[in-house]
Design a protein around this ligand. Sequence first.
Ligand SMILES: N[C@@H](CCC(=O)N[C@@H](CS)C(=O)NCC(=O)O)C(=O)O
Length: 154
Amino acid sequence: MLTSPSRLDGSRAQNILWLLEQLEVPYEIEIYHRDSVGLAPPELAKIHPLGKAPVLTITPPGGSEPVVLAEGPNIADYLTEHWGKDRNLAPQRWKEGQEGKILGETEAWMRYRYLLYFVEGTFFPYLLLYLIFNGEFSFVLSFLVTGLTNLPQS
Ligand SMILES: N[C@@H](CCC(=O)N[C@@H](CS)C(=O)NCC(=O)O)C(=O)O
């Protein structure tokens, strides 16, 4: 099994590299550099139409087609689910005897899942505002303009 995280300078891809290290998952990094206004290069969109980092390519043994994962929390969740067992990175999911049942999850796991989504869903817009009010205008404006115009078409 080979995993290839795409690393972009100064990006959330660093979180995924940290997680791969913690989980001791073997990987080969593909490095991309931001352009002069801080955007990802077009080559990143050839790996996944979102064109942003992080992206993780997982190549199963035996020559099957590689699978490409995008969105940081999605990648983190997938890695933790498959490589994180017995490592105490995520809380136990199910209460005793409640496996697979609605609301059979432990309170700790519900909170863990909530925070995983909170980071990108609610926290990150506030972080962007913080960047704007601290003078990071060029990066934030170009991010917003190209982010909206480069959305995947399908
Ligand atoms: N919601 C996505 C956001 C991905 C994202 O915006 N990545 C930034 C780096 S942290 C990026 O690729 N920026 C370059 C660009 O937007 O062109 C995730 O969590 O992975």
